[in-house]
Design a protein around this ligand. Structure first.
Ligand code: ADP
Ligand code: MG
Length: 320
């Protein structure tokens, strides 16, 4: 379990992390989502003890990072934004080197074999790291993070720069890790955290703007009582028939889908579900419905909604 409380990080006058608190439960995959410059890497570097905070506390599996930095660090495997690889070493030699550096006490050969199997790099063990593809390099970085079997795994933008196939492989690797470890991963890609994570924390300009389960988040922000329809038939007739349905208070014509088929957004009064009445009305009108769905905001839209409501930043330092 990772507990972050009232974390603040200042660079000069600039607040890179502004009073952030959250908890990652054991066995949970937590997504740390935010645009570039939001403060994700800074927060992760503090959790992993790479940099110090200005104030606030971080506890990893019971160890406070300031009181017991060695204990806390031993419980974390970290894959930073740029993996710390020695590119002139072979994969195997590098992992042996990191094994020693981390003072791992597990049986060396068996443990490295296991880590290579989990990250699927067995076949490149004897290759020199700089000759590997970006996807493989990233997996070697992940293997390094897994050395010593730490209960907490922290991954900073683990899929950046990978091609679509490598992204899918990396995602399924991470999902697998979630079974045994607490995983915190950062990303600026919504669909990514949506695909991998149980819970999502959104950070923007250093501040936490949302913290909820993946499905809850999109539900909280969903457009209430709106149904999207695709109906075949002349729009004027469709519109007036829809507006006449009981409980419907507003109808908007949307995109033209094909020749004689348009999309409509139908808004109804609270706690009323006019979908059946709409079905019969359209049937009677001789304008068939070819699609009907609830209109939940996608997480993408939800994200924009959450982050846009933030006030503009005061004078901020430039990008690194
Ligand atoms: P993210 O990982 O979400 O893209 P970062 O944590 O890297 O964001 O950066 C957060 C903010 O802190 C950015 O505005 C960045 O420019 C600033 N920042 C990061 N590291 C430093 C540093 N060493 N010195 C000054 N400003 C920094
Ligand atoms: Mg970053």
């Amino acid at each position: 379990m990772v507990e972050v409380k009232n974390l603040v990080k200042k660079y000069g006058d600039m607040l890179a992390v502004d009073d952030v608190s959250f908890t990652a439960e054991t066995g949970e995959i937590l997504g740390f989502l935010g645009p570039n410059g939001a403060g994700k890497s800074t927060t992760m570097n503090i959790i992993t003890g790479y940099i110090s905070s200005s104030s606030g506390t971080v506890t990893v599996d019971g160890c406070e990072i300031l009181d017991d930095p060695v204990g806390a660090k031993s419980k974390i495997g970290y894959l930073p934004e740029i993996p710390p690889l020695y590119i002139d070493m072979t994969v195997r030699k590098y992992l042996e080197f990191m094994f020693n550096l981390k003072k791992v006490t597990l049986p060396k050969k068996e443990h490295i074999d296991e880590v290579c199997a989990v990250t699927k790099i067995k076949d490149v063990q004897n290759r020199i790291i700089k000759h590997l593809s970006k996807g493989y390099k990233q997996r070697v970085g992940l293997a390094q993070a897994l050395l010593g079997n730490p209960p907490v795994i922290i991954l900073d933008e683990p899929t950046v720069g990978l091609d679509p196939k490598q992204i899918i492989e990396m995602r399924s690797l991470i999902k697998g890790l979630g079974k045994k470890h607490t995983v915190i991963l950062s990303s600026h890609v919504l669909s990514e955290v949506q695909a991998i994570c149980d819970r999502i924390i959104i950070i923007n300009r250093g501040r936490l703007v949302a913290d909820s389960s993946t499905s809850e988040l999109s539900q909280t922000l969903s457009k209430s009582n709106c149904i999207v329809l695709r109906v075949v038939g002349a729009p004027t007739g469709v519109l007036s028939a829809l507006r006449a349905v009981e409980g419907v208070y507003r109808v908007e014509k949307g995109l033209r889908v094909s020749d004689n088929c348009y999309e409509y957004e139908v808004y109804s009064e609270k706690d009323k579900d006019p979908s059946r009445a709409i079905f019969y009305a359209m049937a009677k009108n001789n304008t068939p419905i070819v699609l009907m769905r609830g209109n939940e905001l996608s997480l993408e839209e939800a994200f924009l909604k959450v982050t846009k409501s933030e006030p503009a930043p005061k004078e901020k330092g430039g990008k690194r």
